[in-house]
Design a protein around this ligand. Structure first.
Ligand code: ZN
Length: 391
C-alpha cells in the first residue's frame, strides 16, 4: 500500500498546514487549481501584457528622472534595508541609471547585525553616507505594533507572520512616504522581489497608500498620540491630492535574477560573501513570528511564498532543484526552531523587548491550539519535522 504523501509533489506545501489539503494526485490546492484562494495566500496572476506595460512605464519613469536630474536634488527615495535586493537597487540607480537617490532605512528595533554590516559595507564602498538617512525614532511604535499582533493574534486560519509582516511593512513604507512628501521627492522605490506580489504589483495606488498609512482601529487603541506621528495625518492626506509621490516596485517588471544579484554585489564587495541570504538579513520579528506559526499551525509560513517560486519555475530540472532546496530549508528552519537553535540571540532580545518569555508565548499558543479542531494534524506535522519524517 502506498501511503498518501504529506507534501505536494509539485511544490512544498504541507497537508494540514493553514488549511492546505493534498489531493489523491498528491497536489496541493494551489497546484491543483491556480485560482485557489487561501486567507494567507492567493496566486496573483500577472499577465505578460501587464508586465510589458509595467516595464514600459518603468523605462519612461527612469528617463524622466534622468531628464529632471540636476545633481542637487534627490531623484527618488529608495527603501534601503541592507538586504540584497535593495542593495542591488542602490547599485543600479547609482551606477547604471546615474541618478541621485536618497536611501532611507527605518530601524524597527529588530534589524539584524548582518543587514547593518551589509549597509556599512555598501555605503563605504559607494561613498554614499551623505545620501543615507537612518530613522530610529519610531522604534517604540514598532514595538507596540508587534506587541499588538503577538498578544492579540486569534485566528484558526490566518498566520501571524503574514499579518505582522504586512502591517510592519505598511508602517515602514508610510514613514518613507512621509519623507517623500516633506522633501518633495516624487518617487519611492521599493526592492520587493517578483514573488512579493501578495498585495501590490509594480505600483501602489493612492487609495492604498492612504489606507496603509492609517492604523487599523484595533491597533489604534494600542497606540498613543506619539505613535500616530509615524502614520499619515489629515494634512498629509489632503496634500497628497496636490503632490502624490509614486510608490514603485521595479523588480516586478524588470529582469530579476537572484544569482546575478548576489554575484554582482559580492564581486563589487557591496555585501560580504554569503551574507546576501534573506534568511540572514530578514528581521528578528519575522523569525519570532515563524516560531509562533510553527507551534500554532504546524508549518513554516515562508513556504507559501517560496512554493510560488517553485511553481513558477518552468524548466523541469530547475523546478526540481528549486523544490528540493526550498524543502530542505523548510525542514532545516522547522527543526532548528523546534530544538531552540534558531536565531537564538535575536529571538531572546525580541521576547525581552516585547515583555513576554518564549515559554509564556508557547503556553498561550498551546491553549489556542488545543481549542482548534485541527490540533491533531498540527501536532502531527510538528512531530514529523522533529523526527525527520516530513516527506
Ligand atoms: Zn503544490
Amino acid at each position: 500500500m502506498t501511503e498518501k504523501k504529506v507534501i505536494c509533489k509539485n511544490c512544498i506545501m504541507v497537508e494540514g498546514f493553514l488549511g492546505i489539503e493534498i489531493n489523491e494526485d498528491n497536489l496541493c490546492n494551489f497546484c491543483a487549481d491556480p485560482k485557489h484562494v487561501n486567507p494567507n495566500w492567493s496566486k496573483k496572476i500577472i499577465s505578460e501584457e501587464q508586465k510589458k506595460k509595467g516595464l514600459e512605464n518603468w523605462n519612461t519613469t527612469i528617463k524622466s528622472m534622468q531628464q529632471a536630474h540636476d545633481g542637487k536634488h534627490y531623484d527618488c527615495i529608495i527603501g534601503y534595508s541592507g538586504g540584497k535586493d535593495s542593495t542591488a537597487l542602490v547599485d543600479t540607480f547609482v551606477n547604471e541609471y546615474h541618478l541621485n537617490p536618497l536611501l532611507i532605512t527605518i530601524d524597527t528595533g529588530f534589524m539584524t547585525e548582518v543587514a547593518k554590516e551589509n549597509m556599512k559595507e555598501t555605503l563605504t564602498k559607494m561613498d554614499l553616507f551623505e545620501n543615507h538617512v537612518m530613522i530610529e525614532e519610531p522604534i517604540p511604535t514598532f514595538t507596540k505594533l508587534y506587541h499588538y499582533f503577538f498578544f492579540t493574534h486569534d485566528s484558526r486560519e490566518k498566520s501571524l507572520t503574514v499579518d505582522v509582516c504586512h502591517k510592519c511593512t505598511d508602517l515602514i513604507h508610510t514613514i518613507s512616504y512621509k519623507q517623500a512628501l516633506t522633501r518633495n521627492i516624487p518617487y519611492v522605490i521599493i526592492g520587493f522581489s517578483p514573488d512579493q506580489i501578495a498585495r501590490y504589483f509594480y505600483e501602489t495606488n493612492i487609495e492604498d497608500i492612504v489606507m496603509d498609512g492609517t492604523p487599523i482601529p484595533e491597533l489604534q487603541k494600542y497606540l498613543g498620540e506619539e505613535d500616530l506621528q509615524w502614520y499619515l495625518n489629515s494634512e498629509e492626506v489632503e496634500y497628497i491630492n496636490d503632490f502624490s509621490p509614486r510608490v514603485l516596485y521595479p523588480y516586478h517588471v524588470i529582469d530579476y535574477d537572484e544569482n546575478e544579484i548576489i554575484n554582482r554585489l559580492e564581486s563589487k564587495e557591496l555585501i560580504q560573501k554569503g551574507k546576501g541570504d534573506p534568511i540572514l538579513t530578514n528581521c528578528h520579528v519575522v523569525k519570532a513570528a515563524l516560531l509562533h506559526d510553527l507551534y500554532r499551525y504546524g508549518g513554516i509560513t515562508y513556504a507559501l511564498q517560496y512554493a510560488e517560486l517553485v511553481r513558477q519555475e518552468e524548466d523541469p530540472e530547475k523546478h526540481n532543484q528549486s523544490r528540493k532546496s526550498w524543502l530542505r530549508m523548510y525542514k532545516q528552519i522547522g527543526k532548528s526552531i523546534l530544538n531552540d537553535s534558531f536565531n537564538v540571540e535575536g529571538m531572546k532580545s525580541f521576547f525581552t523587548n516585547l515583555g513576554i518569555s518564549k515559554e509564556e508565548l508557547l503556553k498561550r499558543i498551546e491553549e489556542k491550539r488545543h481549542a482548534d479542531p485541527n490540533e491533531e494534524k498540527i501536532l502531527q506535522n510538528i512531530e514529523r519535522i522533529k523526527t525527520n519524517k516530513l516527506r
